[in-house]
Design a protein around this ligand. Structure first.
Ligand code: 3PG
Length: 318
């Protein structure tokens, strides 16, 4: 009998993978191996659309692995045996941390595991916009352009690495990251968001969605951008002031906005300002087999390590 079974009094521990946007099959196989090798049972709830399906599936499991799936108070209330919830990815704005803490549930993320995938998508979208969405007209190149990385975390660092390969001049703003870390990676630190936006033709967003950052990317910042301004958002749509984006489109014919997931006013933007924006139909940044394997297996290992040994290295709630 594995230690996990001992821990929960002789009953096999159960780990649920609840993903409305499923992992690649190969990642699910990897997760299954980690879970079953530990003597636990894997349950799968994929492509669900009704919250009731999650409420039902989570009610007797010990651990849950999610992506952008919402874990709110109602879900934690329904999860009578839950001890650990791991967000296989970086952002955990989809989890009610207070509700988890109130129920004694540990919440973790898997930082860095999907960051290269997100950074590559940022460039996929940047090349597309620079080449006028491949419409046959003459576009521009990324080489020699200035790119501003707004928040220099794991994704931001991958964006910097790739940007240098393109021959871009790389700037970053992050009040939580020392200048030396940026400089060591050939990135020029700036010390305010205003300076970043005023300097760079391309700005790539990597800020998390928090009370402080929501709607913080506004007209005051964007209007400082030089001619040929392109905002690339592979972070969260919540950090954008979407009304101000429309005003930018109206007042700056050079402005373009590309985002991994559509803003609420996408229909207005695409109709009134054709050929100047692109929005993925579903969040695609982390949607690669590699990112799914890295983040999914890390989440499975972290779940098992917590359930068996109480290891909570990547805990994000108190
Ligand atoms: C993240 O926060 O890790 C990314 O936004 C990816 O989210 P996803 O797993 O829902 O694709």
């Amino acid at each position: 009998m594995g230690r996990g079974k001992e821990i929960i009094g002789g009953i096999t521990m159960k780990i649920l993978v609840a993903t409305s946007k499923p992992f690649a099959t190969v990642a699910v196989e990897g997760i299954r191996k980690v879970v079953e090798d530990a003597g636990a049972e894997l349950r799968l709830l994929e492509k669900y659309s009704e919250k009731s399906a999650l409420l039902d599936a989570i009610k007797d499991v010990d651990g849950v692995i999610i992506r952008s799936d919402i874990l709110d108070k109602e879900v934690f209330d329904a999860a009578k045996n839950l001890k650990i919830a791991v967000r296989a990815g970086a952002g955990y704005d989809n989890v009610d941390l207070q509700a988890a803490t109130d129920k004694g549930v540990c919440v973790m993320n898997t930082p860095g595991q999907n960051s290269n995938a997100v950074a590559e998508l940022a460039f996929g979208m940047m090349v597309m916009v620079a080449r006028n969405f491949y419409n046959g007209t003459s576009g521009t190149e990324l080489k020699g352009k200035k790119i501003g990385i707004h928040a220099y975390g794991q994704v931001g660092r991958n964006v910097a690495r790739i940007a240098k390969g393109f021959g871009m001049e790389v700037y970053a703003f992050d009040p939580y990251c020392p200048d030396d870390v940026m400089k060591e990676q050939g990135v020029i630190p700036v010390h305010s968001a205003e300076e970043l936006y005023a300097t760079c033709q391309y700005v790539s967003l990597h800020v998390p969605a928090t009370d402080e950052t929501k709607k913080s990317i506004n007209l005051s910042l964007l209007s400082k951008m030089p001619q040929g301004a392109t905002l690339v958002n592979t972070a969260r749509k919540e950090v954008i002031n979407e009304d101000d984006i429309v005003t930018m489109f109206e007042t700056r014919p050079d402005f373009r906005y590309i985002s991994d997931i559509a803003p609420a006013n996408a229909a207005v933007i695409t109709e009134k300002f054709p050929g100047r924006s692109f929005f993925t139909p579903k969040k695609m940044g982390a949607q690669t087999a590699e990112a799914n394997i890295n983040a999914g297996i890390a989440a499975a290992k972290q779940s098992i390590a917590y359930l068996k040994e109480g290891i909570d290295k990547f805990r994000v709630n108190k």
